[in-house]
Design a binder for this molecule. Sequence first.
Ligand code: G6P
Length: 603
Amino acid sequence: MCGIVGYIGKNSVKDILLDGLSELEYRGYDSAGIAVLQDSNFSIYKAVGKLENLKNKTKEFHPKGFSIGIGHTRWATHGKPTELNAHPHIGENSYVVHNGIIENYQELKQRLSTEGVHFLSQTDTEVIVHLFESHLKRLKSPLEAFRAALDELHGAYAILLITKSAPDTIFFAKNGSPMLIGLGKDEKHFASSDTPLIGLCKDVIYLYDGENGYLTSDAIEVFSKSYEKITPVHKALPTSKLSAQKEGYRFFMEKEIYEQSQVISDTLMGRLSKDTILFEELDEKLFEGINEIKLCACGTSYHSALAASYLFERFAKIRCSVEIASEFRYKEPMMSKDTLFVVISQSGETADTLETLKMAQAAGLKTLVICNVDNSSMVRAADASILTRAGIEKGVASTKAFATQMVVFWMLSLYLAKLRSSLTSAQLAEQILLLREIPATVVVSDDLHEKIRRLSKRYLHGHGFFFIGRDVFYPLALEGALKLKEISYLHAEGYPSGEMKHGPIALADPELFTIALMPVNLLYDKTKSNVEELSARDSTICAISAVAFDKADDFIQIKEHKHYMHEFFEMMVVLQLFSLEISVRLGNDVDMPRNLAKSVTVE
Ligand code: G6P
């Protein structure tokens, strides 16, 4: 949800800022902007829409020599995606970029307006720069003024501020939104994630909530929330950016679908023995006294959690409930200490999920996070973490992250089954053999992809899609519908097959498309009856199964598998490709669909 970058040094500030923003564009692309301060002069550029527009605007801008700069790519929260609302926001002599939400901005805005400040934008961010300048008039010291401004801000933020009153300095603060400092040779950087820094820096400093300070060309000053000096820890940054490039695929999403076999192998690596799951990162004590698991997440991660709840109850015989994080936050939930609270997040930064983690901790629950990003806010906050090893996921529509979450959940349910003796050694050994075979089940064959590409042309219209399934195939149906919505903008719903007759079947007609998940190894006959009910009402049916179904209008055949989880994984690939090809035919932006963002760090 918004990406920010900053730079101090002698190299090409414009290119460094723009390259950094292009790595962060998945976080929001409603507008982008940069501000560069050189020889006490500001240069400022903003453009609505994708970064490309800002690149075009800055073609003639070639700053040389020492400078400082900040940049921002926006996912609009307060105020429309206009140029006036684009960051950086200006005061009299200062600029600011911000990721997060300033919750008390209205009262601050009112007060500053009575002091004579004229606001240009509708954003919450603009108050920061005016607040700083108002304090600067009184305090004279930019650092004191920055701190006085921070003391008045409520909410989540990662902030960079530059000012003519300290022309070689970038002030920064982090609270609830991600930010790190990159240390290059004779230069320093800021970024919302480490990707923009790969290749530029060897070491980074991950900032923690409440931390703030300033950088100059020769100083890095980091302070705690109460402004005590901190000695920051330097950490090594990975060196290869290759895996973050498209490598010949049309879209990152497509590349990420094809990568699933590899990243699932990576996720399994070192974690399987003959009849045991090895999670080196877990201490068995985490599960002592635990009688229930509560899973909490948003979006795609919520769907993997929902599917996992079937596995936990079935294999580990442990009570399991699932919560949507944004709902859980305000429902005044009952939390008991014999519940292990598990959050699931690709990014580890989703604001709602992070907040539920903090709530559970405050209530004294033990916590675990399943996450794809090491050092993310959730990983740092939880008692324990399991990393999904999906690698950088760039497509906004999550694919390989979901796949690896499901693999971790399957493994975790077996890990618990062993601890709780709910499966025999022979059963565990059998399950582990199945796990080893997942990478082969998700390999995309040319035939399958071509079949789905051809079929996709029949599904570009209609008044809606119902993706239906039972058991773990119900959350998979939800995920299939979400994928389609996200990148095709067509209306789609996921539904439990057996629930269609309780209302939605009223919609059935030839223009209602039913995508039926029909695994042979799980409740096949039950699902078949439900699909027949829809077929009898003339809904257009696309069946996905290993066996042909004579009532279907279209049929996507998957391989024959011996276990329903293998059918789950292959159907997952089918649904991902189905959405992708429909989106391509509709001419949509597959990797950066409208109105969405990869990482949602606001409520
Ligand atoms: C956004 C993304 C989704 C993602 C959700 C939760 O909405 O567009 O793809 O599933 O956030 O993100 P998380 O990083 O917590 O898994």
